[in-house]
Design a protein around this ligand. Structure first.
Ligand code: NAD
Length: 257
Protein backbone atom coordinates (compact mmCIF):
# COMPACT_ATOMS: atom_id res chain seq x y z
CA UNK A 1 0.00 0.00 0.00
CA UNK A 2 1.24 3.42 -0.96
CA UNK A 3 0.36 5.28 2.27
CA UNK A 4 0.89 2.51 4.79
CA UNK A 5 1.03 3.91 8.38
CA UNK A 6 0.61 7.51 7.22
CA UNK A 7 -1.80 9.99 8.78
CA UNK A 8 -3.57 12.50 6.54
CA UNK A 9 -5.78 15.52 7.17
CA UNK A 10 -8.05 16.53 4.28
CA UNK A 11 -10.04 19.76 4.37
CA UNK A 12 -13.27 19.81 2.41
CA UNK A 13 -13.00 16.06 2.87
CA UNK A 14 -16.70 15.21 2.91
CA UNK A 15 -17.51 15.93 -0.72
CA UNK A 16 -16.05 16.19 -4.22
CA UNK A 17 -12.26 15.97 -4.56
CA UNK A 18 -11.83 15.71 -0.79
CA UNK A 19 -14.21 12.79 -0.44
CA UNK A 20 -12.66 10.81 -3.30
CA UNK A 21 -9.19 11.51 -1.93
CA UNK A 22 -10.24 10.38 1.53
CA UNK A 23 -11.48 7.08 0.09
CA UNK A 24 -8.30 6.64 -1.94
CA UNK A 25 -5.88 7.52 0.87
CA UNK A 26 -7.69 5.22 3.30
CA UNK A 27 -7.63 2.37 0.78
CA UNK A 28 -3.87 2.91 0.49
CA UNK A 29 -3.40 2.48 4.26
CA UNK A 30 -3.65 6.02 5.64
CA UNK A 31 -5.67 7.09 8.69
CA UNK A 32 -7.64 10.18 7.66
CA UNK A 33 -9.07 13.19 9.48
CA UNK A 34 -11.93 14.49 7.36
CA UNK A 35 -12.43 18.21 7.94
CA UNK A 36 -15.61 19.84 6.68
CA UNK A 37 -18.70 21.84 7.59
CA UNK A 38 -21.08 19.20 6.25
CA UNK A 39 -21.48 17.10 9.40
CA UNK A 40 -23.89 14.62 7.89
CA UNK A 41 -21.66 13.79 4.92
CA UNK A 42 -18.56 13.75 7.15
CA UNK A 43 -20.02 11.29 9.65
CA UNK A 44 -21.44 9.11 6.87
CA UNK A 45 -18.01 8.91 5.24
CA UNK A 46 -16.37 7.88 8.52
CA UNK A 47 -18.99 5.14 8.94
CA UNK A 48 -18.31 3.93 5.38
CA UNK A 49 -14.55 3.77 6.00
CA UNK A 50 -14.87 2.10 9.39
CA UNK A 51 -17.18 -0.53 7.88
CA UNK A 52 -14.36 -1.31 5.46
CA UNK A 53 -11.94 -1.67 8.39
CA UNK A 54 -10.21 1.64 7.72
CA UNK A 55 -9.31 4.41 10.16
CA UNK A 56 -10.93 7.85 9.96
CA UNK A 57 -12.45 10.61 12.07
CA UNK A 58 -14.62 13.58 11.22
CA UNK A 59 -13.73 17.01 12.63
CA UNK A 60 -16.03 19.96 12.01
CA UNK A 61 -13.86 22.98 11.27
CA UNK A 62 -14.21 26.14 9.22
CA UNK A 63 -10.84 26.60 7.55
CA UNK A 64 -11.28 30.38 7.59
CA UNK A 65 -11.13 30.32 11.42
CA UNK A 66 -7.72 30.08 13.09
CA UNK A 67 -9.05 28.34 16.22
CA UNK A 68 -10.82 25.69 14.15
CA UNK A 69 -7.63 24.95 12.21
CA UNK A 70 -5.59 24.65 15.39
CA UNK A 71 -8.21 22.16 16.67
CA UNK A 72 -8.30 20.03 13.51
CA UNK A 73 -4.55 19.48 13.71
CA UNK A 74 -4.59 18.87 17.48
CA UNK A 75 -7.38 16.31 17.16
CA UNK A 76 -5.50 14.51 14.39
CA UNK A 77 -2.41 14.15 16.58
CA UNK A 78 -4.57 13.12 19.55
CA UNK A 79 -6.41 10.40 17.67
CA UNK A 80 -3.75 9.09 15.28
CA UNK A 81 -0.51 10.17 17.02
CA UNK A 82 0.97 12.27 14.20
CA UNK A 83 0.38 14.10 10.93
CA UNK A 84 2.21 13.17 7.69
CA UNK A 85 0.00 14.55 4.90
CA UNK A 86 -1.87 17.84 4.91
CA UNK A 87 -4.30 18.35 2.01
CA UNK A 88 -5.55 21.96 2.09
CA UNK A 89 -8.39 21.37 -0.32
CA UNK A 90 -11.52 23.16 0.97
CA UNK A 91 -12.62 25.90 -1.36
CA UNK A 92 -15.69 27.87 -2.40
CA UNK A 93 -16.90 29.59 -5.55
CA UNK A 94 -19.70 32.03 -4.76
CA UNK A 95 -22.54 32.65 -7.24
CA UNK A 96 -22.11 36.43 -7.47
CA UNK A 97 -18.33 36.23 -8.00
CA UNK A 98 -17.97 38.08 -11.29
CA UNK A 99 -15.90 40.92 -12.73
CA UNK A 100 -14.38 43.79 -10.74
CA UNK A 101 -17.44 45.98 -11.15
CA UNK A 102 -20.07 43.46 -10.06
CA UNK A 103 -18.29 41.43 -7.39
CA UNK A 104 -19.25 42.58 -3.91
CA UNK A 105 -16.69 43.25 -1.22
CA UNK A 106 -18.39 40.60 0.93
CA UNK A 107 -17.91 37.97 -1.79
CA UNK A 108 -14.28 38.99 -2.23
CA UNK A 109 -13.61 38.74 1.50
CA UNK A 110 -15.42 35.41 2.03
CA UNK A 111 -13.67 33.83 -0.96
CA UNK A 112 -10.26 35.01 0.20
CA UNK A 113 -10.94 33.91 3.77
CA UNK A 114 -11.79 30.35 2.81
CA UNK A 115 -9.65 29.73 -0.28
CA UNK A 116 -6.49 31.62 0.67
CA UNK A 117 -6.47 32.34 4.39
CA UNK A 118 -7.73 28.77 4.93
CA UNK A 119 -4.58 27.40 3.30
CA UNK A 120 -2.44 29.75 5.39
CA UNK A 121 -4.13 28.57 8.61
CA UNK A 122 -3.78 24.93 7.54
CA UNK A 123 -0.05 25.49 7.17
CA UNK A 124 0.27 27.69 10.26
CA UNK A 125 -0.95 24.84 12.49
CA UNK A 126 -0.10 21.89 10.26
CA UNK A 127 3.58 22.59 9.66
CA UNK A 128 4.59 22.30 13.33
CA UNK A 129 2.82 18.90 13.39
CA UNK A 130 4.63 17.79 10.22
CA UNK A 131 7.89 18.84 11.85
CA UNK A 132 7.06 16.74 14.90
CA UNK A 133 6.52 13.79 12.53
CA UNK A 134 9.93 14.34 10.91
CA UNK A 135 8.54 15.86 7.69
CA UNK A 136 5.70 15.23 5.29
CA UNK A 137 3.75 16.36 2.26
CA UNK A 138 1.46 19.37 1.91
CA UNK A 139 -0.88 19.59 -1.06
CA UNK A 140 -2.75 22.82 -1.68
CA UNK A 141 -5.65 22.80 -4.13
CA UNK A 142 -5.28 25.72 -6.54
CA UNK A 143 -6.90 25.65 -10.00
CA UNK A 144 -6.16 26.02 -13.69
CA UNK A 145 -7.73 29.48 -13.37
CA UNK A 146 -4.60 30.55 -11.51
CA UNK A 147 -2.71 29.98 -14.79
CA UNK A 148 -5.13 31.32 -17.43
CA UNK A 149 -7.52 34.24 -17.66
CA UNK A 150 -11.16 33.58 -18.55
CA UNK A 151 -13.77 35.83 -20.14
CA UNK A 152 -16.35 34.15 -17.90
CA UNK A 153 -15.10 35.90 -14.77
CA UNK A 154 -14.91 34.83 -11.14
CA UNK A 155 -12.41 37.41 -10.07
CA UNK A 156 -12.22 36.70 -6.35
CA UNK A 157 -11.92 32.95 -6.90
CA UNK A 158 -9.20 33.37 -9.54
CA UNK A 159 -7.21 35.81 -7.38
CA UNK A 160 -7.48 33.49 -4.36
CA UNK A 161 -6.11 30.56 -6.37
CA UNK A 162 -3.26 32.71 -7.70
CA UNK A 163 -2.42 33.43 -4.06
CA UNK A 164 -2.45 29.71 -3.27
CA UNK A 165 0.11 29.07 -6.02
CA UNK A 166 2.42 31.87 -4.89
CA UNK A 167 2.17 30.76 -1.26
CA UNK A 168 2.86 27.14 -2.24
CA UNK A 169 6.12 28.07 -3.97
CA UNK A 170 7.36 30.11 -1.03
CA UNK A 171 6.38 27.49 1.56
CA UNK A 172 8.17 24.85 -0.51
CA UNK A 173 11.37 26.86 -0.50
CA UNK A 174 11.20 27.75 3.19
CA UNK A 175 10.64 24.16 4.34
CA UNK A 176 12.62 22.20 1.74
CA UNK A 177 15.44 21.33 4.16
CA UNK A 178 12.99 20.08 6.77
CA UNK A 179 11.77 17.16 4.66
CA UNK A 180 8.46 18.98 4.12
CA UNK A 181 7.34 19.08 0.50
CA UNK A 182 4.66 21.56 -0.63
CA UNK A 183 2.94 21.23 -3.99
CA UNK A 184 -0.15 22.74 -5.57
CA UNK A 185 -2.72 20.64 -7.37
CA UNK A 186 -4.24 22.57 -10.28
CA UNK A 187 -7.42 20.80 -11.40
CA UNK A 188 -9.15 21.66 -14.65
CA UNK A 189 -12.96 22.00 -14.73
CA UNK A 190 -14.54 19.09 -12.87
CA UNK A 191 -17.93 17.48 -12.70
CA UNK A 192 -18.36 18.26 -8.99
CA UNK A 193 -20.99 20.18 -7.04
CA UNK A 194 -18.78 23.29 -6.87
CA UNK A 195 -18.55 23.88 -10.62
CA UNK A 196 -21.88 22.41 -11.69
CA UNK A 197 -23.66 24.86 -9.34
CA UNK A 198 -21.80 27.70 -11.08
CA UNK A 199 -22.31 26.37 -14.65
CA UNK A 200 -26.01 25.85 -14.02
CA UNK A 201 -27.27 25.80 -17.61
CA UNK A 202 -26.34 23.56 -20.55
CA UNK A 203 -25.16 26.67 -22.47
CA UNK A 204 -22.73 27.61 -19.66
CA UNK A 205 -21.40 24.04 -19.52
CA UNK A 206 -20.84 24.00 -23.30
CA UNK A 207 -19.09 27.41 -23.13
CA UNK A 208 -16.52 25.81 -20.79
CA UNK A 209 -16.34 22.40 -22.50
CA UNK A 210 -15.36 23.93 -25.82
CA UNK A 211 -11.97 24.84 -24.32
CA UNK A 212 -11.09 21.38 -23.03
CA UNK A 213 -9.21 19.31 -25.60
CA UNK A 214 -10.52 16.08 -24.06
CA UNK A 215 -14.08 17.41 -24.49
CA UNK A 216 -15.30 16.46 -21.01
CA UNK A 217 -15.19 17.60 -17.42
CA UNK A 218 -12.70 15.86 -15.13
CA UNK A 219 -13.69 13.61 -12.26
CA UNK A 220 -12.96 13.99 -8.58
CA UNK A 221 -11.43 10.50 -8.66
CA UNK A 222 -8.88 11.73 -11.20
CA UNK A 223 -7.82 14.46 -8.74
CA UNK A 224 -7.63 11.90 -5.95
CA UNK A 225 -5.13 9.88 -8.00
CA UNK A 226 -2.98 12.98 -8.52
CA UNK A 227 -3.20 13.87 -4.83
CA UNK A 228 -2.14 10.32 -3.95
CA UNK A 229 0.99 10.70 -6.04
CA UNK A 230 1.84 14.04 -4.40
CA UNK A 231 1.14 12.63 -0.93
CA UNK A 232 3.22 9.49 -1.37
CA UNK A 233 6.98 9.06 -1.44
CA UNK A 234 6.71 8.44 -5.20
CA UNK A 235 6.90 12.24 -5.64
CA UNK A 236 9.89 12.54 -3.27
CA UNK A 237 11.85 14.97 -5.49
CA UNK A 238 8.86 17.24 -6.18
CA UNK A 239 8.28 20.42 -4.26
CA UNK A 240 7.02 23.89 -5.16
CA UNK A 241 5.35 22.55 -8.29
CA UNK A 242 2.11 23.36 -10.03
CA UNK A 243 0.75 19.90 -10.70
CA UNK A 244 -1.70 20.49 -13.54
CA UNK A 245 -4.42 17.87 -14.12
CA UNK A 246 -6.75 19.55 -16.58
CA UNK A 247 -7.65 17.50 -19.67
CA UNK A 248 -5.24 19.68 -21.67
CA UNK A 249 -7.02 23.00 -21.13
CA UNK A 250 -3.87 24.99 -20.29
CA UNK A 251 -2.04 23.50 -23.30
CA UNK A 252 -4.68 24.47 -25.84
CA UNK A 253 -4.87 27.45 -28.15
CA UNK A 254 -7.56 25.97 -30.38
CA UNK A 255 -9.35 22.78 -29.41
CA UNK A 256 -10.58 20.07 -31.82
CA UNK A 257 -14.21 20.32 -33.05
P1 NAD B 1 -17.08 20.70 -3.51
O1 NAD B 1 -17.93 21.90 -3.34
O2 NAD B 1 -17.65 19.47 -4.15
O3 NAD B 1 -16.47 20.27 -2.08
C1 NAD B 1 -15.87 21.22 -1.25
C2 NAD B 1 -16.03 20.78 0.21
O4 NAD B 1 -15.42 21.79 1.04
C3 NAD B 1 -17.48 20.64 0.67
O5 NAD B 1 -17.67 19.42 1.34
C4 NAD B 1 -17.66 21.84 1.61
O6 NAD B 1 -18.60 21.58 2.65
C5 NAD B 1 -16.26 22.04 2.14
N1 NAD B 1 -16.03 23.40 2.63
C6 NAD B 1 -16.44 24.56 2.05
N2 NAD B 1 -16.07 25.61 2.80
C7 NAD B 1 -15.42 25.11 3.88
C8 NAD B 1 -14.82 25.71 5.01
N3 NAD B 1 -14.82 27.05 5.20
N4 NAD B 1 -14.24 24.90 5.93
C9 NAD B 1 -14.24 23.56 5.77
N5 NAD B 1 -14.79 22.94 4.71
C10 NAD B 1 -15.39 23.71 3.78
O7 NAD B 1 -15.79 21.20 -4.29
P2 NAD B 1 -14.65 20.43 -5.14
O8 NAD B 1 -14.97 20.56 -6.58
O9 NAD B 1 -14.37 19.10 -4.57
O10 NAD B 1 -13.45 21.43 -4.86
C11 NAD B 1 -12.40 21.14 -3.96
C12 NAD B 1 -11.27 22.11 -4.26
O11 NAD B 1 -10.91 22.02 -5.64
C13 NAD B 1 -11.62 23.57 -4.02
O12 NAD B 1 -10.52 24.23 -3.44
C14 NAD B 1 -11.89 24.10 -5.41
O13 NAD B 1 -11.68 25.47 -5.50
C15 NAD B 1 -10.87 23.31 -6.21
N6 NAD B 1 -11.13 23.20 -7.64
C16 NAD B 1 -12.29 22.71 -8.10
C17 NAD B 1 -12.50 22.66 -9.48
C18 NAD B 1 -13.79 22.17 -10.06
O14 NAD B 1 -14.01 22.30 -11.26
N7 NAD B 1 -14.65 21.56 -9.26
C19 NAD B 1 -11.51 23.09 -10.38
C20 NAD B 1 -10.33 23.59 -9.87
C21 NAD B 1 -10.15 23.65 -8.49
Amino acid sequence: MRLQDKVALITGGAQGIGRETTLRFAAEGAAVTIVDLNDEAGHALVAELEAAGQRAQYVRADVSQAGDCEQMVARTEEKFGKLNILFNNAGIMLPDDDDAISTSEATWDRTMNVNLKGVFFGCKYGIPALRRAGGGSIINTASFVALLGAATPQLAYTASKGGVLAMTRELAVIHARENIRVNALCPGPLRTELLMKFLDTEAKKQRRLVHIPMGRFGLATEMAQAALFLASDESSFMTGSEFVVDGGITAAYVTPE
